[in-house]
Design a protein around this ligand. Structure first.
Ligand SMILES: NC(=O)c1ccc[n+]([C@@H]2O[C@H](COP(=O)([O-])OP(=O)(O)OC[C@H]3O[C@@H](n4cnc5c(N)ncnc54)[C@H](O)[C@@H]3O)[C@@H](O)[C@H]2O)c1
Length: 265
């Protein structure tokens, strides 16, 4: 099926690394026009080159910290000023440091977790709603997590993702009348496919084993019906389908786990 995303105007937050990079690659293959908004300019520029090689109609990098006032607006403005509007926003930027809340009492760490996972999605959504309401159309996809349903060592991170779910669904209810759809994708564990897939600011930059050991992955796979880990491309395919006004016209406020069935929300 033709998703109708050729020339679509798309903004991917955190588009420079791992899952976000896979989402940018996916839109690129559809011939979309893409803004990559990421704090890591060097990695974003590398992904821009990859996206153009994969067929993107245009790519712009807006480098900045999306937790800062005005940065999300700047990213949306880049799409609107270059291409006259915004068809799809993917709220993907995120960060986590696994840890037991009873042990890690570092308030700054948890504050930053909330700011990156939740506030960036609020700010980018607020900025995107204006042009989408004006157009009378638009898609928002929020990249949440299985941790939103409760996972060991993911207390605060999971809570931010649960907040994202509630925010996305409220947005779906409030803005459906303006032709705007809002959905959620919860990826299973996505280990970066190689060093080229992650940037310096990636949560994976501390080394894969410091995020998730092979033993932990094997344990997780025992409870995964499909028996395999999720890839960035798997997540991207779901995001693209949801972003397509043609394919997912009547789909809003919905949550999809792309995890091989690890959770069935
Ligand atoms: N990888 C997984 O297993 C997994 C599983 C479930 C959900 N998720 C979620 O998917 C999303 C992507 O995860 P990932 O593994 O690709 O992470 P990642 O850390 O590799 O990529 C996140 C990107 O966001 C950018 N970023 C971080 N803070 C930013 C800020 N303040 N402003 C602008 N950009 C910022 C980083 O530079 C990076 O490019 C996150 O929201 C994460 O919580 C990941």
């Amino acid at each position: 099926m033709d998703l109708g995303l050729k020339e679509a105007r798309v903004l991917v937050t955190g588009g420079a690394s791992n899952i976000g990079r896979g989402i940018v690659h996916g839109f690129a293959a559809e011939g979309s026009r893409i803004v990559i908004a990421d704090i890591d300019e060097d990695q974003a520029e590398r992904v821009k080159t990859e996206a153009l090689a994969r067929g993107a109609a245009a790519v712009e990098v807006v480098a900045g910290d999306l937790t800062r006032e005005g940065e999300a607006q700047r990213a949306v403005d880049a799409a609107v000023s270059s291409w006259g509007g915004l068809d799809a926003l993917v709220n993907n930027a995120g960060w986590s440091t696994p840890g037991f809340v009873a042990k890690n009492r570092d308030r700054d760490n948890w504050q930053r977790t909330v700011e990156i996972n939740f506030y960036t999605a609020i700010a980018a959504t607020q900025a995107a709603l204006d042009p989408m309401r004006e157009q009378g159309s638009g898609s928002l996809v929020f990249v949440a997590s299985e941790a939103a349903f409760g996972q060991i060592r993911q207390g605060v991170y999971g809570a931010t993702k649960a907040a994202v779910v509630a925010f996305a669904r409220t947005t779906a209810r409030e803005h459906g009348r303006h032709g705007i759809r809002s959905n959620i994708v919860c990826p299973g564990l996505v280990v970066p496919e190689g060093p080229e897939a992650v940037g310096a600011n990636s949560l994976w930059s501390v080394g894969k084993d410091n995020v998730f050991t092979d033993d932990q992955a094997q344990y997780l796979l025992k409870d995964t019906p499909m028996g395999s880990l999720t890839t960035a491309e798997d997540v991207a395919n779901a995001v693209l389908w949801l972003s397509s006004a043609r394919a997912a016209r009547q789909v809003t406020g919905q949550l999809f786990s792309v995890s091989g069935g690890y959770t069935m929300p």
